[in-house]
Design a protein around this ligand. Structure first.
Ligand SMILES: O=P(O)(O)OC[C@H]1O[C@H](O[C@H]2O[C@H](CO)[C@@H](O)[C@H](O)[C@H]2O)[C@H](O)[C@@H](O)[C@@H]1O
Length: 279
């Protein structure tokens, strides 16, 4: 793991002083789960449960904040088992799905989800023609209930296809009063207005946090990173972690600590637990 500057190293030490009042916020894909070609076959890092269970007695809460539907990530992350392990260590697991539109937690295992945005059905119905017109009819369309994600990773030239699709998908989304969230070889279309920063603010307030660590890898995590700056102005100790990849560098410029993908995130969580135990 690499601190981006001397202040960042101090922030790590400062966070340790309030760790028992700290929320650990984590993105899922690219942060807790290695990136794979098929979104349906992603899975949480094999050592993530152990790292989080070791850290759990030292922190105020753990929140997974993801663009995935809550139900899907509960399965891919085996979150019932993780919630049980964290509860046994005295900490609750919180899950915010679909960029904060959905809520679930270890202490109340029912998913709270709103109605899909108006216009999403019409948008999905118009997609096949747009994809064919842009020579991307092999793109994987992931319908998520509250959103739809158009994935280019499995096309012959994923980045070129992403560039070809971004503007027309944005225009079609706007016609239906929907918002666009670009990501790693994916363009997501969903209701505008809700983002991961809101989930960060909500869980920080709910748990009366004195510290916040957030780790993410993609553009959808930028709002969460920005919210940590707001929390810092309010006096919280914060640490921003970029799970770096050659595909997406945007988070690196915002981060205090840069790690190499989910392996690096697991190592960081393990080191944090170790440093807490040493204090
Ligand atoms: O907020 P996240 O937890 O990072 O979720 C963002 C989107 O991640 C998924 O797509 C990404 O991961 C796939 C599996 O590794 C990969 O194939 C794809 O290229 C990535 O963009 C997921 O499919 C989306 O629904 C999430 O919103």
């Amino acid at each position: 793991m690499e601190f981006t500057n001397a202040d960042a190293e101090r922030r790590w030490s400062d966070l340790l002083t309030v760790l028992d009042g700290t929320v650990v916020g984590l993105d899922f894909d690219g942060t807790l789960a290695p990136i794979v070609d098929d979104p349906t076959s992603a899975g949480i890092h094999p050592d993530a449960h152990e790292a989080l269970a070791t850290l759990a007695p030292h922190v105020a809460g753990v929140a997974i904040i993801t663009g995935r539907p809550a139900e899907q990530v509960i399965g891919l992350g085996d979150l019932d088992a993780l919630a049980d392990r964290l509860a046994a260590a005295g900490t609750e697991l919180f899950l915010f799905g679909q960029y904060g539109n959905e809520r679930w937690r270890g202490g109340h295992r029912e998913i709270d989800t709103p109605e899909p945005p108006e216009g999403l059905r019409e948008f999905v119905d118009a997609l096949p023609d747009l994809l064919e017109e842009k020579d991307a009819d092999g793109a994987f369309v992931e319908e998520k209930g509250l959103a739809v994600a158009v994935h280019t990773r499995r096309l012959a030239e994923p980045e070129a296809a992403f560039e070809r699709l971004l503007d027309p998908l944005t225009a079609l989304a706007e016609e239906h009063d929907l918002g666009v969230e670009p990501g790693r070889n994916v363009v997501e279309v969903r209701a505008p207005g809700v983002h991961k920063g809101m989930a960060v603010a909500e869980i920080a307030q709910r748990l009366g946090a004195r510290g916040f660590l957030f780790a993410g890898d993609d553009l959808g995590d930028v709002e969460a990173m920005k919210q940590l700056d707001v929390l810092a102005e309010d006096g919280l100790r914060v640490l921003k972690v970029a799970s770096a990849s050659p595909e997406q560098q945007a988070l690196v410029a915002l981060a205090d600590v840069v790690v190499k993908g989910p392996d690096g995130v697991v190592d960081l969580l393990t080191r944090l637990a170790h440093d807490a135990a040493e204090r």
